[in-house]
Ligand binder design. Structure first.
Ligand code: PXP
Length: 235
């Protein structure tokens, strides 16, 4: 199983001050120094975290980018110009804090089938972020996606409450069904240092995309050093 590191939260922090710190490029370099598959970056329509330049600056490092995006014309044009390693189509609502549910592929099959064609023509892998729902999985296969990314948010919430079997079984069954249709299967959202071990029990998962828990952990792994260094300068 491979890891995709979502660095959107570095941009969220940077944008809180409107400056350049912390640098996305520095974060990308650190992530790329580990044996990860790709950097996941979500270019939201409102650009609340990742900005267009961030994508190009990270691409210049030679990084594989997994670009999360809504199915809009504007973002499609940017993606086709950027040519990331993969795109992951997600639903997007402006009011949401983070991506809340999976993409509804089944109600817009023909639209998505057409929408992803230019990506496939350019050799960009196409993934669809969906719930572990049989109808959505079959629709993902119908439109010709390469991958699905199973939304693990409900599982992660259930895990916190200690009763995750139902949600976990849905992921297992969904992954199996998708693989039987020839889809490759990734997973992500809400995965953390406590629950990630269970992903090994889902046969054949290719990649996990994880952001929030890694950046949260990084704060505490780095805080002591950061304070000590500043203290030296202040004393
Ligand atoms: N995968 C997708 C499609 C997402 O939208 C997100 C959140 O941006 C993630 C993975 C990572 O989720 P988290 O930050 O909870 O690890």
């Amino acid at each position: 199983m491979k890891l995709g590191v979502n660095i959107d939260h570095i941009a969220t922090l940077r944008n809180a001050r409107g400056g350049v710190e912390p640098s996305i490029v520095e974060a990308a370099k650190i992530a790329l120094s580990e044996d990860i598959l790709a950097l996941t970056m979500h270019l939201r329509e409102d650009r609340r975290h990742i900005k267009d330049d961030d994508l190009y600056n990270v691409k210049k490092l030679g990084a594989k980018i997994n670009l999360e995006m809504a199915c809009t014309k504007e973002i499609q044009e940017i993606a086709l110009d950027l040519v990331p390693y993969s795109v992951c189509l997600v639903p997007e609502r402006r009011q949401e804090v983070t991506t809340e549910g999976g993409l509804d592929v089944s109600s817009q099959k023909e639209f998505i089938k057409e929408y992803i064609k230019p990506f496939k023509q350019k050799g960009i892998l196409v993934s669809l972020f969906i719930d572990a729902d049989i109808e959505q999985i079959e629709a993902a296969s119908y439109v010709g996606a390469d991958y699905i990314e199973l939304h693990t948010g409900s599982f992660a919430n259930a895990f916190l409450k200690g009763d995750y079997k139902t949600e976990f079984d849905k992921l297992k069954t969904g992954a199996k069904h998708a693989q039987s249709l020839g889809l490759k299967v990734n997973a992500g959202h809400g995965l953390n240092y406590e629950n990630v071990y269970l992903m090994h029990e889902i046969d054949g998962l290719c990649e996990l995309n994880i952001g929030h828990s890694i950046i949260s952990r990084a704060v505490f792994d780095g805080l002591k050093t950061a304070i000590a260094e500043m203290l030296k300068l202040v004393k």
